[in-house]
Design a protein around this ligand. Structure first.
Ligand SMILES: Nc1ncnc2c1ncn2[C@@H]1O[C@H](COP(=O)(O)OP(=O)(O)OP(=O)(O)O)[C@@H](O)[C@H]1O
Length: 358
């Protein structure tokens, strides 16, 4: 399989895993049934979707074709065997069904119920759920991948730690960016300063990914966490891209995306390694102490009178933040000419950021 097809298969598998997490998240009828099964100290084996292949892999059992309710699923799990539910979760098709997936299909699970569940998920496109009677845990399998459901308090304990980490990283980023703006206006930014901030951006993005996973698992209970997450993340994404464009040899948005992907897949030590960051930005002759001159896109975009798209226009016109600063006083009408509505306010804002005007 070529890499494009591999990427496609991987993202399809991820989509199906996320759908399975959503299906079993708190607030859903299925989760309600699973909670009842656990509370009743029972076990279960439930196949959802791809019913044609699921039914072809088993036999016996009771043909039901009744509409799905959480209570019915709970009652039917008192029987041995598997329960088969359609993809839309509208019908329970079979109960007490015996599944015979190929025993050669690889699985690391122990116990027949879990082994069967893992194998059925390899054999079919179904989401397969096993509830262990002995251990009182619920496992969900998709394409052979399995994960154990966590209770809301368990997930919330991770969420709280992640939110604290996110808030403190965001505060550090804000402080560093404020300092960076002053250094940019002084033209004192070193490659080391840039690498440090990139590292903080990567930290917050990793925390964000972990929170994303928790929010998905929380289902209907995750709305408040999502709002808090959005408040802390704010414009992080945009600031990161603008900062990369400010310092990359090729400042296009496409190249910024490529650099972000590379930084995101790099390990911690290579993001701290200034020479490596320089290479990603398109330079092979820089050291940690090399002075890096910004275009000024990030700083300009933070000024209220600079409307969307205008920062690019200003940078195209002047070439860099330094050139703009050099010409601000001498030739203010040049800003007027390229359509900046309040050039005086823009100049004043830049001087204030620089600390050169009250
Ligand atoms: N191939 C199968 N098809 C349908 N149901 C099965 C299959 N294998 C196991 N089960 C169900 O799982 C139940 C428990 O089986 P077993 O004790 O072998 O598995 P286990 O993984 O150790 O389960 P638990 O963790 O719940 O104790 C069986 O009584 C049956 O209801």
């Amino acid at each position: 399989m070529d890499s494009a097809h591999l990427d496609q298969a991987e993202s399809e598998s991820k989509r199906r895993r996320d759908a399975a997490i959503r299906l079993t998240a708190p607030g859903t009828a299925l989760r309600h049934a699973l909670d009842m099964i656990i509370a009743g100290h029972m076990g279960a084996l439930i196949c959802v979707g791809d019913t044609e292949n699921v039914l072809a892999a088993g036999d016996d059992g009771f043909k039901l074709d009744i509409s799905f309710t959480a209570n019915r699923l709970f009652e039917l799990s008192k029987m041995d065997g598997a329960i088969v539910v359609d993809k839309g979760m509208t019908q329970i098709l079979r109960a007490n069904y015996h599944l015979n997936p190929d025993p050669a299909l690889p699985t690391t699970e122990t116990g027949m119920r879990h082994r069967t569940a893992a194998r059925m998920s390899l054999l079919t496109q179904a989401t397969v759920i096993s509830v262990s009677e002995r251990r009182q845990v619920v496992n969900v399998y998709v394409d052979g991948w399995g994960y154990q459901l966590r209770t809301v308090p368990e997930i919330m304990s991770s969420v709280n730690q992640l939110l604290v980490a996110m808030q403190s990283t965001r505060q550090q980023i804000d402080r560093r960016l404020l300092r960076l703006t002053t250094l940019e206006l002084d033209n004192y930014v070193t490659l080391g300063d840039i690498a440090d901030i990139f590292y903080l951006f990567e930290v917050i993005l990793s925390v964000n990914e972990e929170l994303d996973a928790c929010i998905l698992q929380l289902g209907s209970e995750g709305k408040t966490v999502q709002m808090q997450r959005e408040e802390y993340m704010g414009d992080v994404d945009e600031e990161y891209t603008l900062m990369i464009r400010d310092y990359a040899r090729d400042s296009s948005e496409d190249n910024a995306r490529v650099i972000r992907r590379a930084l995101h897949s790099a390990d911690n030590s290579s993001i701290h390694d200034a020479a490596n960051v320089a290479r990603l930005l398109g330079y092979d002759d820089r050291t940690e102490d090399s002075i890096m001159t910004p275009l000024g896109l990030r700083t300009l975009s933070n000024i209220s009178v600079v409307r969307k798209g205008m920062a690019d226009k200003i940078v195209d016109e002047y070439g860099s933040l330094q050139h703009l600063m050099d010409e601000l006083d001498e030739n203010p009408s040049r800003l007027d000419d390229i359509g900046v509505k309040n050039p005086d306010v823009l100049a004043d804002s830049l001087y204030r950021m620089w600390g050169k005007r009250q």
